[in-house]
Design a protein around this ligand. Structure first.
Ligand code: SF4
Length: 114
């Protein structure tokens, strides 16, 4: 899946990861690990059940990330988030606006059966 929102989120994640990797190069095992995590995040976004209406991942009721990868991404976001505003102000403001979106109802295809 691709669309403005998903593309913007992929770009934001890429910038946050690049910033983190530049300043904390040894925080994750190696370059290949960063690349694999970025590819994983892109894939999650491509398959997001909410598509362009997605909420912020941190508020998502689905949590499609594997727990270990979710922890790594949280670590990156926590460090890079406050530093993004100075380097990528427009992207950061768009991200903050996206973060305030209400969580949409789960699509029928992923609703638990009664
Ligand atoms: S955590 Fe939720 S919002 Fe984020 S990509 Fe996965 S399903 Fe979509």
């Amino acid at each position: 899946m691709s669309g403005k929102r998903i593309d913007r989120e992929k770009l934001t994640i890429r910038k946050m990861m690049a910033l983190y990797q530049r300043r904390c190069p040894d925080a994750l095992p190696d370059e290949a690990h960063y690349q694999a995590l970025n590819a994983y995040a892109d894939k999650r976004l491509d398959k997001c059940v909410f598509g362009e209406e997605k909420p912020a991942c941190k508020q998502c009721p689905v949590h499609c990330y594997q727990p270990a990868k979710r922890e790594e991404m949280k670590q990156i976001m926590r460090w890079s988030g406050p530093r993004m505003l100075w380097r990528h102000p427009i992207l950061t403001i768009r991200h903050l606006i996206d973060d305030r979106r209400p969580v949409p109802e789960l699509p029928e295809k992923v609703k638990p059966k009664k």
